[in-house]
Ligand binder design. Structure first.
Ligand SMILES: [Ca+2]
Length: 109
């Protein structure tokens, strides 16, 4: 995916590779960080493995989001497969370093 919102000051990443993740519903005070615009994706509502118009929901989807509550920061990532292997895909490592920097920026050491 290459559609990045520049909140919160996410710089340096050009792509995020995502494997079997799920779309997020972003609302309230949260802001999307990455969506699937420009990528041919759909939510396979019936687990058939193929796109079926009228059954499956076409993209784009938000897949990473963040919120600053004023007392803490939260990042939601729609995939449970964050591992050393996925960090080496494209420049996922740059993206995750940016997320960690932002989440911990105002925390006590
Ligand atoms: Ca389907």
């Amino acid at each position: 995916m290459t559609s990045f919102n520049n909140y919160p000051n996410m710089t340096g990443q050009s792509e995020l590779t995502y494997n079997w993740g799920q779309p997020l519903s972003v609302w309230g005070g949260a802001t999307w960080l990455v969506d699937t615009s420009g990528v041919d994706v759909w939510e396979d509502s019936n687990d058939s493995g193929v796109y079926e118009a009228g059954v499956d929901e076409p993209g784009p989807f938000d897949v990473v989001a963040a919120a600053d509550t004023g007392t803490g920061r939260i990042v939601a990532y729609g995939d449970n497969a964050i591992s050393d292997a996925t960090l080496t895909w494209t420049n996922n490592d740059v993206f995750f370093r940016n997320l960690l920097r932002w989440v911990t920026e105002n925390s006590n050491p």
